[in-house]
Design a protein around this ligand. Structure first.
Ligand SMILES: O=C(O)CCC(=O)C(=O)O
Ligand SMILES: [Fe+2]
Length: 368
């Protein structure tokens, strides 16, 4: 695992004001966790009756369905994806075991302020005045060192599950890349896809695993699990336990937040900013957030997939030209993570070659 990806965070530490509390001991929502209005002005409503598409990967029309979902939603759920059910259950159990440790124990594996791996608040926390009702554990490279600190006598099972899950995810992510790109007529032989390697299996692709825990919350309607953001990835594959919480922003006249339902055994796929750039905006990276509830402890595990650290991502020649010039400049994942860590949701518009109206230019501000 090239360590340079983590260098992107060295200049942008997550500050001490983002310390984690012992959620189990809190009976009333502290002021610092109260979001004045959980909904922001741009997409204030919760919409029902429409939801992110579900695609059965064994469906002969999967490529077409995925293409439509990517264009319209930037997100879809998949079934029959080939990841063993048992492994998903084991991963959830491993996450539950980790987050149920006492806070002092979890803090032994705390992420350093300028680090990438370990236990701590969501990285985006430093862009918001209010705190989020969540805790996370990020795995980049081997989890061994942190796992030893968490479970001095019994860390092998955790590391084994993580290793097996990452193997499955790597295969699935490569397959999804070609299903998504295939729908746009892009194949391993297409110009600009040399970085996918001679076998099209994306050798050296980088990834991280982000485990998120959202404890039951005394006042869920005034709290926020994870604030609205887009992922900095090519794509993200999310496993959620049987508790809803993920919401996706839908634009247009029927705009608002849509809750993504739970389907046992399914996985959620969302477009990240780098795939947005690669497809010249044809597949938009999707704004999403996570809300919390009063009764259930929600867990999610995001597999964050990106290119090799040296690969420069830019709009594919096959998707540009004529009346659709390249809209974005070239960027490596490491460079983009640095831009995102500094400018948050202004990062994508900073990459834009011709500033249009579709991205907001509100770079780097502090939010509610
Ligand atoms: O927990 C969720 O549903 C969302 C997590 C997420 O968006 C992330 O880890 O980037
Ligand atoms: Fe996300």
């Amino acid at each position: 695992m090239p360590s340079r990806l983590s260098d992107a965070f060295k200049d942008h530490p997550v500050y001490a004001h983002c310390k984690i509390i012992d959620f189990g001991s809190v009976k009333e929502l502290p002021d610092s966790y109260v979001w004045a209005a959980r909904d922001d002005e741009a997409t204030p409503r919760i919409i029902t009756g429409s939801s992110v598409p579900v695609v059965d990967l064994r469906d002969p029309n999967a490529v077409t369905l995925i293409g439509l979902a990517c264009k319209e939603w930037g997100m879809f759920q998949i079934t029959n994806h080939g990841v063993p059910k048992d492994l998903m259950v084991e991963l959830e159990r491993a996450g539950r075991g980790l987050f149920s440790l006492p806070l002092q124990q979890k803090m032994k594996a705390a992420r350093k302020p300028d680090g990438i791996s370990g236990y701590g608040v969501a990285r985006i926390s430093s862009f918001f005045r209010k705190r989020m009702w969540s805790e996370g554990f990020t795995i980049f490279g081997s989890p061994l060192e942190h796992a030893r600190q968490l479970w001095p006598h019994d860390h092998t099972r955790f590391c084994d599950v993580i290793g097996r899950y990452e193997e499955e995810m790597k295969l699935l992510a490569g397959k999804l890349m070609w299903l998504m790109l295939g729908s746009l007529g892009i194949s391993p032989n297409s110009e600009g896809m040399g970085w996918a390697g001679p076998n099209g299996d994306f050798p050296g692709a980088s990834h991280a695993l982000q485990m998120n825990s959202y404890p039951a919350c005394p006042e869920p309607d005034r709290a926020m699990g994870m604030a609205a953001h887009t992922d900095s990835t090519l794509l993200t594959i999310l496993l959620q336990n049987n508790t809803i919480g993920l919401q996706v922003a839908k634009e247009g006249s029927a705009g608002g937040w849509i809750t993504v339902p739970t389907i046992p055994g399914s996985l959620i796929v969302n477009i990240g900013d780098l795939l947005h750039v690669l497809t010249n905006g044809t597949y938009p990276s999707v704004v999403h957030r996570a809300v919390v509830n009063r009764v259930e402890h929600r867990l999610s595990v995001a597999y964050l997939y990106g290119p090799q650290s040296r690969t420069r991502i830019s709009p594919l020649p096959g998707l540009t030209g004529g009346d659709r010039p390249a809209l974005y400049g070239a960027v490596t994942w490491r460079e983009y993570l640095g831009m995102k860590a500094e400018h948050f949701d202004g990062a994508l518009s900073m990459l834009r070659l011709r500033r249009g109206a579709s991205e907001n230019d509100n770079a780097g501000g502090i939010r509610e």
